[in-house]
Write a protein that binds this ligand. Structure first.
Ligand code: NCD
Ligand code: ZN
Length: 345
């Protein structure tokens, strides 16, 4: 039995770090485990200009401390200016653009209402090699919440893939068997991130003994067959799947409410949660590819030189962390899990 693994320092290819006091509280958790992270732009107001992204990056560097590199993204809006996309990319301010269908999730009111309205921007991104990160859910209220990702593939993702064959696309935080199959049917220019929570919970977990607001996120967790398909994809070693936690902190008050926010804060024990899954799937030998190699290869970045270790050891995850004058409940908080992050070696 393997009791300790040493791997190249991982990166997190999808995080929400927020701003202000919340940023100060949560950024150190991500920086503790990851060398780099792709930072989502869904602030209020969203990050839509190179100037705003650059200023936000400065605030993140300050909150996270040395040794952590935020990789910025720009939030796509209807009619976005292709020149601004190219300017931010050429100046090294951002590496990718994020497509939120309008009203699909937290702070997405300014998102894209129709792909036709960003065609010029997408054509420019394809030309310059800038990546497109997609929240893949339709917003059509007539579509059942558990079917919104699957429907998005047919209505939006497949046509987009056909119309922009040279665009590098990340299908973010996939939650269905259909999404994993879609990615596998494409070439190397379509990849997907997978969160720790979608590898662990299924939709029953959200209602176990009562409603569990801290397990509510978007895209919502699906049936166990989907979770199991994600586990298979993540642990396969296939280069198109890589780590993206979608850590999305909200205060305890905004989660435990009549209309609670979507988002799971998993940064305090992200690597431990993932490695537990790889251990259960008898795929510890594939963990480094998923956590540390596949993401940099897709983004055309070097693998981190430093190494980190994880050990098999009882690890009690704190129930909540102090943040912004209140608290944020952590994923797996209050549980004891079988792996521990040992830090750099
Ligand atoms: C995210 C957030 O809170 O910003 N919420 C979530 O449930 N994942 C937004 C998102 O990524 O959908
Ligand atoms: Zn997200």
């Amino acid at each position: 039995m393997t009791d300790r693994i040493v791997i190249a320092r991982p990166d997190d290819w999808h995080v929400h770090l927020r701003d202000g006091a919340m940023l100060d509280a949560v950024a150190p958790y991500t920086a503790r485990q990851f060398a780099r992270a792709i930072v989502m732009p869904n602030l209020v107001p969203p990050v839509t200009t190179a100037a705003a992204a650059s200023a936000y990056r400065d605030r993140i560097r300050k909150a996270a401390g040395p040794g952590f590199e935020p990789l910025m993204t720009v939030y796509l809006t209807d009619g976005i200016d292709p020149d601004e996309l190219e300017r931010g990319y050429a100046e090294g301010v951002w590496v990718a653009a994020k497509l939120y269908p309008a009203h699909a999730t937290t702070n997405s009111a300014h998102g894209v209402t129709d792909i036709a309205k960003i065609k010029a921007g997408l054509a420019r991104m394809q030309k310059i090699g800038m990546k497109l990160l997609i929240h893949g859910e339709v917003t059509d209220k007539a579509v059942d919440i558990f079917d919104r990702e699957k429907t998005f593939i047919d209505r939006v993702m497949a046509p987009l893939r056909r119309d922009f064959p040279g665009l590098k696309i990340v299908f973010e935080h996939i939650t269905t068997k259909e999404a994993a199959e879609f990615v596998l049917a494409q070439k190397a220019d379509t990849a997907a991130t997978i969160t720790p929570h979608h590898l662990i919970i299924d939709r029953n977990s959200i209602f176990e003994g009562g409603v569990r607001p801290h397990l509510y996120c978007l895209p919502i967790a699906k049936r166990a067959i989907h979770r199991d398909a994600l586990r298979k994809a993540a642990t396969s070693g296939d280069a198109r799947f890589f780590l993206g936690t979608d850590t999305a902190p909200h205060t305890v008050e905004t989660k435990e409410a009549a209309c609670g926010c979507a988002g799971i804060f998993n940064a305090p024990a992200a690597l431990e949660a993932y490695v537990q899954v790889f251990d259960e799937e008898k795929a510890l030998d594939k963990f480094e590819a998923f956590a540390s190699l596949n993401g940099p290869a897709f983004y055309g970045l070097p693998v981190n030189k430093e190494k980190i270790a994880l050990s098999r050891a009882a690890n009690a995850i704190p129930d909540r962390v102090a943040a912004a004058g209140t608290g944020v409940v952590a994923f797996l908080g209050g549980k004891t899990i079988p792996w521990r992050f040992d830090g750099p070696v």
